[in-house]
Structures are given as C-alpha cells and as structure tokens.
Design a protein around this ligand. Structure first.
Ligand code: SF4
Length: 293
C-alpha cells in the first residue's frame, strides 16, 4: 500500500485526513475512502492501494486517445486503473471508473507494474509512447511523477487522458515531470458551471488546468463529448469555442458523439447536430475533429 502525496491531517480533527489531489478536497474519516473510492484514511494516513496497479493494458492507435496532432500515426502502450475524480452518469468506461465497491481490490490487483517492468514492456512492444488513460490518471499521480522521468530517460514520451479536475498543486507537480515531447488530452465536458456540478466536476478548475498545461508547453488537445439533453446547447458550445480561441486557435478540439452508458439512456448524439457544432468551431479554431461517428 502506498502513501498518498497530496493530503494533510485535518486541523480540527486529527483523525480525519484532507485530500488535496483533486478539486473535491475530501475530508476522509478513519477507515473510509474519498469520493473517488480509491484513496483511504488508514490510521490517520492517506493511502492509495491502486498506485502502480493497472487493470486495463492495451496497445492503441494514438488517434484513439484522441490525439491527432501528436505522434498521430503511431501506436501507444495504454494503461488504465480504477476510480475517477468525477461522477459522469454516462461514463463510457464505467466498469473500471466505477466498479462495485466490493470489486475494487480484485479489479486493482490484476497487474502491478514495477517501473523497470513497464519500460521493458513498452520497449519490448517496439513502442516509445505511454498513455495513462481509460480511467482518471490523476489517481495515479504519485506513480506518474515517479515513472515519467525514467520513461523519458528511456526515450519514451507520455500522454495523460484526463478530466483536468486535479487540484492546482497536483497539476503543477504533474506538469513539472512532463516536457515538451509529452501531451495531454483534456476533457471539457460542458461550458456551464451548473452542468459541471451535476457531473461531480468544477468548470473553473478544468479551465485553469487547461491553461496551466498549455502555458507549460505541453501539447494539449481538448475533447468535448456532446451528450444528448446535457450539454447539446449551441450557444454554450460557441462560448466554449470563444474561450479556447482566446487562448490559441491552434488548440485542437475533438467534438465526440455520446452513446448511452452507465445510468444515462438518452439517444446517441444527433450526427447532423455534431456537424453543425463543428461549423461553429471551425469559424474560430484551426483544428476541429468529429469523433465516434
Ligand atoms: S482524489 Fe479527489 S475524490 Fe479522491 S479522495 Fe482525493 S479529493 Fe477526494
């Protein structure tokens, strides 16, 4: 079991630990976990048993992440674990992001990667790219901060496919171990703070983190999953595009189609509507892509 890095003892009640890995800032009682389900208070210490353990491991095309402007013709060694820092009812990867509590231990225990083992697996597959993906990679932040410098030394670049909801401190620490050869695909799930709240997220945090990654020189592409009845609002979408363009019109935007999953059963996104959103985006951004159609 590995001790977590971004936490402190609660100042009023020392039996409670306050996690600062993501915007949720959970106060966690002895024996309990935070909202992500994978960080626990064990005897007044925050631990994360899933660190370095992955239940999903595959070799994917880079374009599947989606990243279309970073090593886009290559394949990438992709790792996912369990848990998420948000709570989207339509999560497309809910079987690992939100496994039944009783299954967390089993799910997590399937593959533990020592760092040298990870490097030899990647190299042995003839690859030089690693993605932390499928579930929220922030929950592997301690492992990522440890492993990335060694991956770099071995000539391997990294991408994080993330919801961007990590705390400012965690974002800065994660960014400090990345370099200009690395990338992130960051979800921007809506452009309305209230909608973000219904997904267990916080728009302001995500916007700040997107700017932090971009200003640090990391290659960033954004993904907006257009969910029927949730964020399929053309005015809000246009505001989001304006905000992205105000940072840079070079930032790639992936507009992707939703399909019913987890607890959300509205019909898949109308394809013609996706194309009309793409027209709005193309008026302001140079790289607009439609996905999942
Ligand atoms: S990572 Fe986020 S959700 Fe998990 S315990 Fe920490 S603050 Fe809570």
């Amino acid at each position: 079991m590995m001790q977590a890095r971004w936490w402190k003892k609660n100042e009023i009640n020392g039996d409670i630990v306050s996690c600062n890995l993501c915007f949720r800032s959970c106060n966690i009682r002895q024996g309990c976990s935070g909202k992500c389900g994978v960080r626990f208070n064990k005897d007044g210490v925050l631990i994360s048993p899933c660190l370095g353990k992955f239940c999903a491991c595959a070799i994917d095309p880079v374009k599947k992440k989606p990243l279309f402007h970073w090593n886009s013709e290559k394949f990438i060694y992709s790792l996912g674990s369990v848990g998420c820092t948000m709570d989207c009812p339509f999560c497309q990867n809910h079987s690992i992001a939100f496994p039944a509590r009783a299954l967390y231990g089993e799910t997590v225990g399937t593959s533990e990667f020592a760092i040298d083992e990870l490097i030899s697996n990647v190299k042995g597959s003839g690859l030089n790219l690693v993605a932390f993906t499928y579930n929220e990679p922030t929950l592997q932040a301690e492992y990522i901060c440890e492993v990335v410098p060694m991956l770099h030394e071995a000539g391997i670049s990294v991408t994080l496919v993330t919801n961007g909801a990590m705390s400012h401190e965690a974002a800065k620490d994660l960014i400090s171990c990345l370099d200009e050869n690395d990338a992130a695909n960051i979800d921007i799930k809506a452009f309305n703070p209230e909608t973000y709240k219904t997904l267990g997220g916080e728009l302001d945090t995500v916007k700040k983190n997107i700017e932090l990654f971009i200003n640090a020189g990391i290659h960033v592409e954004l993904t907006n999953l257009v969910v029927t009845g949730l964020n399929d609002n053309i005015e809000e979408f246009a505001s989001m595009v304006d905000w992205i363009a105000s940072i840079s019109d070079e930032i790639p935007l992936h507009i992707t189609r939703y399909f019913p999953a987890r607890n959300y059963n509205k019909p898949p996104t109308n394809i013609e509507f996706l194309y009309s959103l793409a027209s709005v985006a193309k008026a302001k951004l140079k790289h607009v892509h439609i996905g999942n159609v």
